[in-house]
Design a binder for this molecule. Structure first.
Ligand SMILES: Cc1cc2nc3c(=O)[nH]c(=O)nc-3n(C[C@H](O)[C@H](O)[C@H](O)COP(=O)(O)OP(=O)(O)OC[C@H]3O[C@@H](n4cnc5c(N)ncnc54)[C@H](O)[C@@H]3O)c2cc1C
Ligand code: SF4
Ligand code: SF4
Ligand code: SF4
Length: 376
């Protein structure tokens, strides 16, 4: 028999559990959702099948499905935009300030000619994935590819041959957590056939994503949510802001007359650089694209990706190099191996700059992060 006091406690606990309805009210309807896909991935992978991604917006599959919500609250907890678990992961990753824990900082570029051509900056990310596949340190990686309209498609790849399709930066949302939604169905078939892995728990994955997405991965890992326990490497891209696909390409068309079909590369440095298939580089003032910036990015306090093993960007590095922040032991081991095995070549500052090079780079990235936080 349940005594009165017990009933009261149970009611209080249940009342305190926030669920998808709260996620809708607090995050989605207030335009704070960064469309990472974590909530839908979790709910679907548990076969609760209550919510879906409609474009870039998570929502109930139907009114009837709203009734099926188990009220487990997990979607709310793992959302990178909510408060629960933030304190715990902040402590776990030794984060004390806006830049997060830095074990070391280096600049480097790939030694692979093809990756050099296709990569966004130093081709570091594609090189890391190549190394990890070469050495059997991963069986899969979560990346972002393009469809025929230059729309990002989040994807799990299982082979080194697919890496180059993900090279380059898409400046619009790629819901990189979403492929975990049907991970078990897809991965089991691929892995059994190609890699003779019969137990999914033996799989080793790398995750590439924006800082907010890496935060979602770390929240899920903290709760040991499958299959994030198989993610062994978390690599964050620096991220000043991200754009709405339709609004971005409307503005690109207005400013340059280029369309997704005529563009080969987009790059943000001081300004926005848009390269056409004919090889012309259109330079457009970055602030012209402000109306296309996603709302949640205005509220974002991350730039370098504090919850990663390694963070990577172009800011602060000389051309064709990547700026790399190493944060964890996993990250340290990875960089040491990449250098020792000549996958990447380290940038060596001039002798006169050497003593202050690292501190100047840290100062620059701190300034950029602070400016970002204050700008919005
Ligand atoms: C929206 C966005 C804004 C950025 N803003 C800045 C910035 O202000 N300053 C700065 O220094 N760097 C920024 N970056 C990072 C930078 O553009 C490069 O991605 C980074 O330097 C890695 O380059 P690379 O040559 O090592 O990567 P590559 O070898 O070219 O590999 C690129 C990797 O990025 C992944 N990727 C591409 N687009 C996306 C996306 N939309 N979402 C998730 N993953 C994606 C791909 O899957 C691939 O694995 C931004 C990246 C993104 C996605
Ligand atoms: S079942 Fe759980 S994960 Fe799915 S919507 Fe409801 S609260 Fe969220
Ligand atoms: S988990 Fe991701 S997709 Fe879901 S509400 Fe939060 S930010 Fe949006
Ligand atoms: S600016 Fe922040 S919220 Fe926007 S995509 Fe980048 S990390 Fe996510």
């Amino acid at each position: 028999m349940v005594c009165m006091a017990e009933t009261d406690v149970k009611k209080t606990v249940l009342k305190d559990v926030k669920i998808f309805k709260d996620l809708e009210d607090e995050i989605i309807k207030t335009n704070l959702c960064c469309s990472c896909g974590a909530c839908v991935a979790y709910c679907s992978s548990q076969s609760f099948d209550v919510i879906k991604m409609e474009g870039y917006t998570p929502q109930f599959i139907s009114d009837a499905n709203e009734e099926n919500c188990k009220e487990c609250g997990l979607c709310y907890y793992i959302c990178p935009q909510t408060n629960p678990l933030l304190k715990e992961i902040t402590n776990k990753y030794k984060i004390k300030d806006e830049l997060g824990f830095i074990s070391d900082i280096v600049a480097a570029k790939t030694t692979d000619k093809k990756i050099r051509e296709m990569g966004q900056d130093g081709g570091f990310v594609s090189t890391v994935l190549t190394y990890l596949f070469d050495k059997n340190k991963i069986d899969a990686a979560i990346v972002s590819e393009y469809d025929e309209n230059r729309k990002p498609i989040p994807k799990i790849i299982y082979n080194k041959e697919d890496i180059l399709k993900s090279a380059g930066t898409r400046y619009t949302i790629s819901s990189n957590l979403l492929p975990l939604k049907d991970f078990y169905e897809v991965a089991e078939k691929v892995l059994e056939k190609q890699k003779q892995i019969f137990d999914i728990n033996q799989l080793k994955m790398a995750f590439i994503g924006t800082p907010c997405q890496c935060r979602a991965v770390r929240k899920m890992q903290l709760l040991n949510i499958s299959p994030t326990h198989t993610i062994k490497y978390v690599i964050s891209l620096f991220c000043m802001e991200n754009f709405d696909y339709s609004k971005l390409f409307e503005l690109v068309k207005a400013e340059t007359n280029e369309t997704p079909a005529t563009i080969t590369k987009m790059n943000i440095k001081k300004n926005f650089y848009i390269t056409s298939k004919g090889g012309d580089v259109n330079e457009v003032e970055l602030k012209k694209f402000d109306p296309a910036v996603r709302n949640h990015c205005h509220e974002c306090d991350e730039f370098t990706g504090r919850f990663s093993d390694i963070s990577v960007g172009g800011s602060g590095a000389v051309q064709q190099n990547s700026m790399i922040i190493i944060r964890t032991e996993t990250g340290e081991e990875l960089i040491t191996s990449l250098l020792n095995e000549d996958y990447i070549q380290k940038f060596v500052p001039k002798t006169m700059d050497f003593p202050t090079w690292k501190s100047k780079k840290v100062d620059l990235l701190r300034r950029m992060t602070t400016n970002k936080i204050n700008k919005h």
